[in-house]
Design a protein around this ligand. Structure first.
Ligand code: NDP
Length: 284
């Protein structure tokens, strides 16, 4: 039976380090600050934003949330982002996705200064990741997943990695990070033929699909590292994209839901805000 990778514990220890660094920055007169822009009243987005605010509060990072109705004009959002870009007291600007479909998400994200793009979704930061250069910020979920994998102590060099899902937020940047770590990477999606056959090749499997328990134990190679990104609600209970009970019998390491990837995503966001504040201090 596989060992559980405890994302909650790892996330908490990273938060402790961040808390210390924030204290030191405050002694130098700098208060790291994150601004979150939330549009509409999607209940999942509201929960994510609340968790981000709580995380900031916990480590001493200042946070402010702008909550707009879903009929806000794209232009108004852009004006706000430009104002935040030039505000020296703001170190990170995050637009909670998804935005209402009337708003051009790519256009709005492109207006965030790459130096404040703590989510790592700006074309300049994502572009650098895809070109093998070091971006200012990495997307928080894939970055957190790399930390979870690293915590197993297993070398990724030459491993077969299978990423299920090709979103810009998780799947694609995840594939790039695994490629950078010298894995042989396969990306699956809704048109993949025989998902089980492909996933069974994976020494590392990252499931980011959004379908409860899609990845069953019989798809998992003996001894694999299994990372479950999925957050699905079944009868009010949170459940992953991996069928945990059957997969843990085959995996060497596996993340639970909740308590795996989720807490690491928040920890990485807080780390990005801290790094941005540190960079701002150096730049003066
Ligand atoms: P998206 O909906 O943007 O992407 C889902 C991907 O899964 C798509 O690429 C889709 O393929 C693919 N897919 C759908 N059905 C299948 C299938 N039957 N077989 C193979 N692939 C399939 O989701 P996200 O990447 O944004 O999120 C994925 C999950 O992770 C969600 O549950 C989300 O809530 C969760 N999440 C969790 C986070 C955390 O911090 N824990 C952070 C972000 C997301 P195609 O492209 O062909 O449509």
């Amino acid at each position: 039976m596989g060992k559980i990778i405890d994302g909650k514990a790892l996330g908490l220890s990273i938060r402790e380090e961040i808390k210390q660094s924030v204290k030191e920055l405050k002694l130098k007169g700098i208060i790291p600050k994150l601004v979150v822009v939330l549009v509409g009243n999607d209940s999942a987005s509201q929960v994510y934003v609340r968790n981000k605010e709580k995380g900031c509060l916990d480590v001493g990072i200042e946070s402010q949330t702008y909550n707009f109705p879903s009929n806000i004009k794209e232009k108004e959002l852009i004006v706000l982002i430009e104002k935040l870009n030039s505000d020296k007291a703001v170190h990170g600007v995050l637009v909670q996705l998804p935005l209402p479909k009337e708003i051009d998400e790519k256009k709005v994200l492109s207006k965030i200064l790459p130096e404040k793009d703590v989510d790592g979704f700006h074309i300049e930061n994502i572009g650098k990741l895809f070109r093998g250069e070091t971006p200012l910020f990495l997307p928080c979920t894939p970055r957190g997943i790399m930390e979870l994998i690293l915590s197993t102590g297993i070398s990724l060099e030459g491993k077969e990695a299978v990423v299920v899902g090709r979103s810009n937020i998780v799947g694609k940047p995840m594939a790039m990070l695994l490629l950078d770590a010298n894995c042989t990477v396969t990306v699956c999606h809704s048109r993949t033929k025989d998902l089980g056959m492909v996933v069974r090749r994976g020494d590392v499997v990252v499931a980011a699909v959004g379908q409860a328990r899609l990845i069953s134990g019989d798809m998992i190679k003996q001894g694999a590292i299994v990372i479950d990104v999925g957050m699905n609600r079944i009868d009010g209970k949170l459940c992953g994209d991996v069928d945990f009970d059957s997969a843990k019998e085959k995996a060497a390491y596996i993340t639970p839901v909740p308590g795996g990837v989720g807490p690491m995503t928040i920890a990485m966001l807080l780390k990005s805000v801290l790094e941005s504040a540190n960079r701002g201090m150096i730049a003066g």
